[in-house]
Design a protein. Sequence first.
Length: 158
Amino acid sequence: MNIKCSLCHQVISAGDTVEPDGHGVAHADCRRPRSLSPEEHVFLYVYCWDHAVAECEACGRAFLQRELGADRFRSCTYECPNCETDLTPIIRAHLTACAVLPEQLRRRVRVARETAQRLLKRGQQLSDQADALMRETEAALAELKETRKRARRTRDER
C-alpha cells in the first residue's frame, strides 16, 4: 500500500510537495505535485531574484529565476527554456544552500522538506504494517474456516 493524497487520491512520492490535510497529507498542488511550496516561491522571489538559481545539466546554462518563466504567485515547476528539463529539484537545492538567503530561512526550508519526508516514510511504514496485519488476519480467518470444516467433518463421521 502507498500513501495517497487526500485530495486527488494519487500516490505521494518522495519528491512531492505535501501539506497536512486533516488527518492525512495532500499535495500542495495536485496538478504539479513536485512544485515548490508557496513558502519556497516567496523565498526565491524575495532573496534570489538577481542571481542564478539553477544550472541545467543538459544544456550547461545557468538561469536567473525570471528567465525560467514560472509564475511566482502560482505553484508550478520550473523548466529549462531550452530543453524543458524540470529544474525544480535544482532550485529547491539552491534554496537550501543560497548564501543570500538568511540561514534561519534556509534551515526552515530544509527542515520542512525533511519533516515532510519523515512523515511520508513513517506513514508508508504504518501502511506497510497495516497491510501485513491484514494479510495475517486473512490467513488466520482462512485457517479458522478450515478448522471449522474439519471439525464438522469429524463430528459428522461419528
